[in-house]
Design a protein around this ligand. Structure first.
Ligand SMILES: [Zn+2]
Length: 387
């Protein structure tokens, strides 16, 4: 059987695994890993109100250190299929590029991980550690029956991981640009300012909530939350919407609402951030503005995997293969790394992301070979006998 990164990627791309459909993708991975000696499990998780989702957990070896590869086989819908240059589920190649939904996000990445692991195990069957795969089918959807439950399930079996590589597409422009060593947290809050409805010509009989809302929002925006840290940009607060919903030009409205979202760095926790927001609003409100603040629950904390030896293994492998010293970044949105980091340090490195979720998502075939070679070098370094 051909276990080149390209062949594995093509097989995966031909599985129509739009969330929450398994589409044959996990079965394919299961078959390949079993044949290579992995123990494979396929837990299915369910939750009222969301579709059941299939997941995969595989392990080779029983000793430590334990290096885990993590990712997802589900993909976002292809959109208007007629606008694709090639069918999104046929895995066709043109001009050295492989087309398909999931080519970079992230079936291509999974194919490279598998190719590297299979090659490493073939050459070092008794390497004295463990290699695992934690693959979810629920990353692009509600993300309820995926990584969180899979980690709990693995923990229940007594699995303990030492390090994890998540293969999301981390490079903005070319392979070797960027490794993600952390992610910002995300927190959303809602403010309601209460006033009193009335006739616009008799404002002394009413209480307009809008000026109060402007003062509260100004108190959040005027001073930055912080100035960034060694590995993170400054935290950012964006006002997402301000709503009064008043259709009448002769009425002072009763209430004004606003929502904001904060992408925060490692200086904050959701709790400390809520305290700071509360403090600012209370100070701006004084005794004259009646408001309530409600923060939405969040599981997106900020985290950082300090640039240690493990990060060094990956950065060195990237540099040897691509000639580029990758930037160690914490930019962008959240990812499943925020769940895995509770169990072990996580570093994210994968393909080039600029076509992800788009029409004509595609990957350079050469990038698949290079990424597999990078993962392969990481395995060599990680499991090298201590000397
Ligand atoms: Zn992804």
């Amino acid at each position: 059987m051909d276990h080149s990164p390209l062949s594995l990627a093509q097989s995966l791309l031909r599985c129509p695994s739009v969330t929450p459909e398994e589409g044959g993708a996990l079965s394919f991975i299961e078959g390949v890993l079993r044949e290579a000696g992995f123990e494979v499990h396929r837990p299915v998780f369910s939750e009222p109100g969301t579709p059941d989702v299939e997941n995969l957990y595989a392990r080779y070896g029983s000793s430590r250190p334990y290096l885990l590869f993590a990712g997802h086989t589900d993909v976002v819908p292809p959109g208007d299929v007629s606008r694709w240059r090639h069918d999104p589920f046929r895995a066709e190649i043109e001009d050295g590029e492989l087309y398909g939904r999931g080519a970079v996000d992230m079936k291509g990445g999974i194919a490279c991980m598998m190719a590297a692991a299979l090659d490493f195990i073939r050459e070092n069957p008794d390497f004295g550690g463990s290699i695992g795969f934690l693959i979810t089918g629920d990353e692009e959807g509600p993300a309820v029956n995926g990584t969180v439950k899979l980690l709990e399930w693995a923990k229940g079996r007594g699995e303990r991981f030492d390090h994890c590589i998540l293969g999301e597409p981390t490079n903005p422009n070319q392979l070797g640009d960027m490794i993600k060593i952390g992610r910002r947290g995300s927190l959303t809050g809602k403010i309601v300012v209460e006033g009193k409805q009335g006739h616009v010509a008799y404002p002394h009989l009413a209480d307009n909530p809008i000026p109060g809302m402007l003062r509260l929002l100004d108190s959040l925006l005027r001073e930055p939350l912080d100035h960034g840290t060694e590995h993170f940009d400054a935290s950012n607060l964006e006002v997402i919407t301000v709503d009064v919903g008043n259709p009448a030009s002769n009425v002072i409205p009763a209430e004004a609402r606003a929502t904001f979202n904060i992408r925060f760095n490692d200086l904050w926790t959701p709790e400390s951030l809520e305290a700071e927001i509360s403090r600012r609003l209370s100070q701006a409100a004084g005794n004259s503005i009646r408001f309530t603040l409600r923060m939405e629950p969040t599981n997106a904390i900020a985290f950082l995997t300090p640039p240690n030896q493990f990060v060094g293994f990956i950065a060195d492998a990237v540099e040897i293969e691509t000639g580029l010293r990758p930037k160690l970044s914490t930019s962008g949105g959240t990812s499943d790394a925020r769940f895995i980091v509770k169990d072990c340090p996580v570093v994210e490195f994968g393909l080039v992301g600029h076509t992800m979720h788009q029409i004509d998502e595609r990957v350079a075939v050469g990038d698949l070979d290079r990424l597999a070679a990078i993962y392969r070098k990481v395995l060599n370094a990680y499991f090298a006998p201590a000397s």
